[in-house]
Write a protein that binds this ligand. Structure first.
Ligand code: URA
Length: 238
């Protein structure tokens, strides 16, 4: 984005139609560099512009990359049916610009979820060929035994899979907790692997994707943040 009018910039950032954006500006709700701007046709930098709308600060960007600490009870699907959707946790301008979850977590799974409006990023991150480990902590109904850990590391057969699936890493964290890292992202994979190994998952949290750790983001449940370039590099394979 080079130089654009303020009304076009607001429109590109999800603040409604061009007409809505003109009205927001003309009504004095938009500030650039701390000053109210009343001219919708003011020329501004398209990328990296700091502005406020209703005193809420924003920085313009072609795409957004977000991390959400997903709470239980939210669906990742585009058309949630039984629970509210994760997008309802984001402000309207981010939803309006087409932000979507990268992959899915079950409605009762908590933890790190990426979201973006960059189709190439979403596609690359969700590709089954992308070998980026996803790290989970599962609470189990029955104690975590050395046999369970051994079975998950050796590979367990799931019903609709042609070959056994193995965890990349698996480590007990206490009597009923286990850390599991997976390279694939198959449907209900952690829960189905635990079931196939003779246990049952009672709670599941995704704690990291690649080297991007949820605890390093310091996000309370339900909160989200922008991911900068350095954080996105932690999502790279290897
Ligand atoms: N594995 C599961 O079983 N559920 C998730 O939400 C993620 C991985």
């Amino acid at each position: 984005m080079s130089r654009v009018t303020l009304e076009r910039l607001l429109q590109s950032q999800g603040f409604g139609t061009r007409r809505n954006c003109q009205q927001l500006i003309a009504a004095g709700h938009v500030r650039v560099a701390g000053e109210v701007v009343l001219d919708p046709r003011l020329q501004v930098h398209g990328e990296g512009l700091e502005f406020t709308v209703f005193d809420e600060p924003w920085v313009s960007s072609e795409h957004v990359y977000l991390a959400l600490n997903k709470p239980a009870g939210y669906e990742c699907s585009r058309r949630p049916s039984h629970h509210p959707g994760v997008l309802s946790l984001l402000p309207e301008p981010l939803r309006a610009r087409g932000v979507q979850p990268v992959g899915r977590l079950d409605h009762d799974t908590t933890g790190l979820l990426l979201l973006s409006d960059d189709g190439a990023f979403i596609h690359a991150q969700s590709s089954p060929r992308r070998k980026v480990p996803k790290h989970y902590v599962a609470c189990t109904r029955d104690p975590v035994t050395p046999e369970l850990v051994g079975a998950l590391l050796a590979g367990v057969q799931l019903h609709d899979e042609p070959a056994p699936l193995a965890a990349l890493q698996c480590e007990p964290l206490g009597t009923n907790r286990v850390a599991i890292a997976l390279e694939q992202g198959k449907y209900h994979q952690v829960k189905r692997m635990l079931a196939a190994a003779g246990n049952h998952c009672v709670a599941l949290q995704r704690v990291a994707i690649g080297r991007l750790r949820l605890d390093a983001l310091d996000l309370p449940e339900g909160a989200w943040c922008h991911l900068g370039e350095a954080e996105r590099e932690l999502l790279a394979p290897g």
